[in-house]
Ligand binder design. Structure first.
Ligand code: ADP
Ligand code: MG
Length: 489
C-alpha cells in the first residue's frame, strides 16, 4: 500500500493536494508601468501614476514579464498559448487602488505542462494546469501608527506568475518537494527570485481527503503559505482536521483558510468565492497578447542548463553519485564552484568525486558555521583544487588535509605554504620508512612472534607504532606494504 495513504480505525484515506504558486516575475520594472520592482524600498517610492490608478492612466504591458513567463512555461514542458488575454478581477481592498486586479482567467499565456520531482527514489510527474500573469497588490501596514493603517503601494503592479498544479500531489512531503524543485528551477532560469522570506514566492494549498477509488472530496484552500516548512505543517493539520470531520459524518466546507504559524493550526477566513463573484471580464484597456512562434523558439533556444540536466551531466561526465550530484546542483552557486575546482585540479581519475566530497562535507560545514554562501567562501575553488592535488600525489594524507583545510580557511594561505611551514609533508620515502620499520620490529620481538604465529591483526600494532614515530605523517599505504614484507621475512 502506498505510504501516502492515511489509515484510521474506519479505513483508508487518501490526501489530494493542488498548489497555486504566486511568484514574482524577475524584471526591473512592473507589469504595466516603468516603476522599479526592488525589494524593501522607502514606502511609496516606487509608484507610478498607473500603479496608483490615477484617472486616465493606461497600462502598457512589459515585454520582459511576458518573456520571463514564457521561459518558465517552456522549462515546465508546457504548452505556450500564442494568444492570451488579460481580464479584470473586480474586488475592493484598500491596497488595490484600481478596484480590480488585472489577471488572466479564460486565456492564460501558458497551458498544461509538468514538473518532475524526486520522491522516495522515484521520479513523479506533477501536472501543471496553467500559468497566468497578474498584478500584485500593494501592502496594508497596521503596525506603525497606533490608530490608523497605512498603505504602501511599492508592490502594487509588480508582475506575478501564478503557477497552478493539477491535483496530483499526495502528501505534505510531495508538496514541499514540489516547491523546492520549482524554486530551484526558477533560480536557474532567473525568472523569479522565488524568495519565500521576502514574499516573492507564496503558495495557496488546496487539500481534500477521500477514500481511494472514489471521487475527490471537497477541498479547503489555505491561502498564502510562505515557507516550505509551514506548507508541511498546514497540510498535516488539515489532514487531521478533515479526517476528523468526515469520520464524524460531517462535511468539509469549501472555504479559504489561513495558517497560523505560531499555533500550527489553520483557521477559516472566508467562504470560497467563485469566478462570477469577481465579475471577470476582458480588460478593455489591453489588447490580447499575441506571440509568434519565432519569439517562443528564440526563448526556448536561450534556456540555460536546467537542474535535472545538470544533475545528469554531473553524474555522467564526472562520475558523481546521484546523491552527490543532487546536493551540488541544489543551489545555483555550488555547481560553478565545483566545476571551477575540478577544472583547476585537472582531469585525473577520481578528482571530481574527491572534490565533490570536500565541497559537500568540509566546505559546507564551515560555510554553515559562519552563515556564508559558497561564493563568499574563504577558500576559493582554485585553492581547494590545490589541496586535493596534494592528497592525490601523496604529499599529504587525507587526515592531514583536514587540518590544512581549516588552516587555509582561517589564514587564507595556500595549502602548499601551510604544509611547508608546519612540516606536514607525508613521509613517502621508502628507505626512511624501511629503516623505521626495521627498528620497530627489532624492539618488539614478542609481538613479531605472535604475528608470525597467525595473529594477523597485530599488523595494526606495527602500523600504529610507525604513525606514532612519524607524528602521523607516514604514508599509510607504503607503511603497510613495507611491514607486510618485512614481517614475512
Ligand atoms: P480556483 O481557481 O477556484 O481556486 P481551480 O479549479 O483553478 O480553483 O483549482 C485550484 C487548485 O485546486 C488547483 O491547484 C487544483 O489542482 C486544486 N484542486 C482542485 N480540486 C481539488 C480537490 N478536490 N482537492 C485538492 N485540490 C484540488
Ligand atoms: Mg484558488
Amino acid at each position: 500500500m502506498s505510504k501516502n495513504y492515511v489509515k484510521t480505525s474506519t479505513g483508508t484515506w487518501e490526501v489530494v493536494i493542488g498548489l497555486e504558486v504566486h511568484t514574482q516575475i524577475k524584471t526591473n520594472s512592473k507589469l504595466f508601468s516603468g516603476a522599479a520592482t526592488t525589494f524593501a524600498g522607502e514606502p511609496n517610492s516606487q509608484v507610478s501614476f498607473v500603479d496608483a490608478a490615477m484617472p486616465g492612466m493606461l497600462p502598457v504591458p512589459n515585454k520582459a514579464c511576458i518573456e520571463q513567463t514564457v521561459k518558465t512555461g517552456l522549462a515546465l514542458n508546457a504548452l505556450i498559448n500564442l494568444v492570451s488575454v488579460f481580464d479584470r478581477k473586480n474586488y475592493f481592498y484598500p491596497d488595490l487602488p484600481q478596484g480590480y486586479q488585472i489577471s488572466q482567467l479564460y486565456h492564460p499565456i501558458v497551458g498544461p505542462g509538468y514538473l518532475e520531482i524526486d520522491i522516495d527514489d522515484t521520479v513523479k510527474k506533477i501536472g501543471i494546469e496553467r500559468i497566468h500573469i497578474e498584478q500584485d497588490a500593494g501592502k496594508s501596514v497596521h503596525d506603525v501608527m497606533p490608530s490608523s493603517s497605512l498603505i504602501d503601494l511599492n508592490r502594487s503592479g509588480i508582475g506575478l506568475m501564478e503557477i497552478v498544479t493539477q491535483p496530483d500531489i499526495r502528501s505534505g512531503e510531495e508538496a514541499m518537494e514540489f516547491i523546492r524543485k520549482l524554486r530551484l528551477l526558477l533560480w536557474y532560469l532567473g525568472t523569479s527570485d522565488a524568495n519565500m522570506e521576502e514574499g516573492s514566492l507564496r503558495a495557496d494549498v488546496n487539500i481534500s481527503m477521500h477514500r481511494p477509488g472514489t471521487p475527490f472530496g471537497t477541498r479547503a484552500e489555505i491561502k498564502n503559505v510562505n515557507s516550505i516548512r509551514f506548507i508541511g505543517q498546514a497540510i498535516e493539520y488539515e489532514i487531521n482536521r478533515q479526517i476528523g470531520l468526515l469520520e464524524e459524518g460531517e462535511q468539509v466546507v469549501q472555504e479559504t483558510r489561513l495558517f497560523d504559524a505560531a499555533k500550527g493550526v489553520t483557521r477559516s477566513m472566508r467562504g470560497k468565492e467563485d469566478a462570477q463573484d469577481y465579475r471577470y471580464f476582458p480588460d478593455p484597456d489591453l489588447l490580447p497578447v499575441i506571440l509568434d512562434e519565432g519569439f517562443v523558439q528564440g526563448l526556448k533556444d536561450s534556456l540555460p542548463e536546467l537542474p535535472d540536466q545538470k544533475k545528469k551531466r554531473f553524474m555522467e561526465s564526472y562520475g558523481l553519485s546521484k546523491y552527490d550530484a543532487s546536493v551540488i546542483i541544489s543551489d545555483i552557486r555550488t555547481p560553478t564552484y565545483f566545476e571551477s575546482a575540478v577544472k583547476n585540479a585537472g582531469e585525473k581519475e577520481g578528482t571530481a568525486k574527491l572534490i565533490a566530497n570536500w565541497v559537500t562535507t568540509e566546505l559546507f560545514r564551515v560555510l554553515k558555521e559562519e552563515s556564508l554562501e559558497i561564493d563568499q567562501s574563504k577558500i576559493p575553488a582554485a585553492s581547494l583544487a590545490e589541496l586535493v592535488n596534494l592528497i592525490q600525489d601523496g604529499t599529504i594524507s587525507g587526515r592531514t588535509a583536514k587540518e590544512v583545510f581549516l588552516d587555509m580557511w582561517t589564514t587564507g594561505k595556500p595549502a602548499k605554504i601551510i604544509v611547508e611551514e608546519k612540516g606536514l609533508l607525508q613521509i613517502s620515502n621508502t628507505s626512511e620508512l624501511e629503516q623505521l620499520a626495521e627498528n620497530v620490529i627489532q624492539e618488539n620481538p614478542d609481538v613479531v612472534q605472535k604475528y608470525k604465529a597467525g595473529k594477523d591483526k597485530l599488523l595494526g600494532f606495527f602500523v600504529g607504532k610507525m604513525m606514532q614515530l612519524t607524528g602521523g605523517k607516514a604514508n599509510p599505504k607504503i607503511v603497510n606494504e613495507i611491514l607486510v614484507k618485512k614481517l614475512s621475512e
